[in-house]
Design a protein around this ligand. Structure first.
Ligand code: DAH
Length: 339
């Protein structure tokens, strides 16, 4: 009996020694000290021990149990200590490591240019309005004095949803939508995305942005148009900037003009940037055509107005001296970070 107890004890201690996880210690506890454990089964065979021996054997079993229990506790504590040390080691923060950079984004050059243009016109009392990108042919063309089969439609070939609905080829339909609301006078700009079925190259894209401008009131003249755009150009490109109005044709304005500004690179003497001319074209404009006013329910004998249309990308490219429009759409961070 004594030898048997000794052996059980030795085995248990050996196993405790060799175990490297808390679960294993638990298994050992169950195997030796549990209800069906080895020591317990020794106690059960006590009936075979002569009565006078029983206290002694009982003592021996209790001693063995105490030793095993002790060792189990020690092993448990040492495993827990090891685990904690390991955790502390893992979670150590090396304060000498370089910090993680927090990459904060910023506005796209198109957005920066748009906000600048909006700031200038809002400062002159204009309202900023928006219209739908998917637009009726009626608003994109017909009510802007561009009937079916008009040659101006060729220049603005766009994407058709069906015979009556297009992806707008210009922001000018927002003029019509605003005039139709009948709240006069009007002073508004309408920025937004427009579409044309153009191939992508350095100066073309099937999707780009325009900013439309419209003023309708009594006694508005070409002088108002000229003064407004001259101020706008000075604000945008610097106080020395001069403007030049060249006669042009747009179906929705009469008379119409294209506006050039003095090259802000050379000041007008001619350089590579303005291709030697000293001038850079920035927008189209004119006095709103009487037909357009009439079609939107405004009496051209009582009211008159001017309108203009600016290409947003054109402004961004000029302002930031970017020579390829594709750069604006590629989202290359190395490019975008520069603005
Ligand atoms: N919608 C014209 C275009 O896309 C630009 C334009 C020119 C708008 C003259 C106007 C304007 O309002 O009066 O080419």
């Amino acid at each position: 009996m004594k030898d048997q107890l000794e052996k059980i004890k030795e085995d248990a201690l050996k196993q405790i020694e060799a175990s490297d996880a808390l679960e294993k210690l638990n298994e050992i506890r169950v195997a030796y000290l549990g209800k069906k454990g080895e020591l317990t089964s020794v106690l059960k065979s006590m009936k075979d021990v002569p009565p006078e021996e029983r206290p002694k054997v009982g003592q021996m079993v209790n001693d063995a149990r105490a030793i095993i229990e002790n060792r189990l506790e020690e092993a448990k504590a040492s495993l827990a200590k090891k685990a904690r040390e390991e955790q502390i080691r893992r979670e150590t923060i090396d304060v000498t490591l370089p910090a993680k950079r927090n990459n904060v984004g910023h506005s796209h050059p198109n957005t920066i240019a748009l906000e600048e243009v909006e700031r200038i016109f809002v400062g002159m009392g204009y309202e900023v309005v928006e219209g739908p990108e998917v637009e009726y042919d009626l608003y994109n063309f017909e009510k802007l004095n561009i009937p079916k089969n008009h040659p101006a439609r060729d220049e603005q070939d766009t994407f058709y949803i069906n015979d009556n609905i297009v992806l707008r080829s210009q922001t000018s339909p927002v003029q019509v939508r605003t005039m139709e609301q009948g709240r006069l006078p009007i002073r508004m700009i309408a920025p937004g995305r427009v579409f044309r079925s153009d191939e992508v190259d350095a100066t073309h894209s099937p999707s780009f942005h325009q900013i439309e401008g419209l003023v309708i009131d009594k006694n508005i003249t070409f002088a108002d148009l000229k003064g407004t755009l001259a101020d706008f150009a000075k604000e945008l490109f610097g106080p020395e900037t001069k403007v030049k109005f060249r006669p042009h044709h747009f179906p929705f304005t009469e008379p119409s003009a294209e506006v050039d500004v003095t090259c802000f690179k050379c000041g007008g003497s001619g350089c590579r940037f303005c291709k030697g001319s000293g001038w850079i074209e920035i927008l189209g404009c004119g006095m709103v055509h009487p037909n357009v006013l009439r079609m939107s329910g405004i009496d051209p004998d009582e009211y008159s107005g001017f309108a203009f249309g600016v290409g947003l990308e054109r402004i961004a490219l000029l302002k930031y001296e970017i020579d390829d429009m594709r750069l604006l759409y590629e989202n290359d961070i190395r490019f975008l970070r520069q603005f």
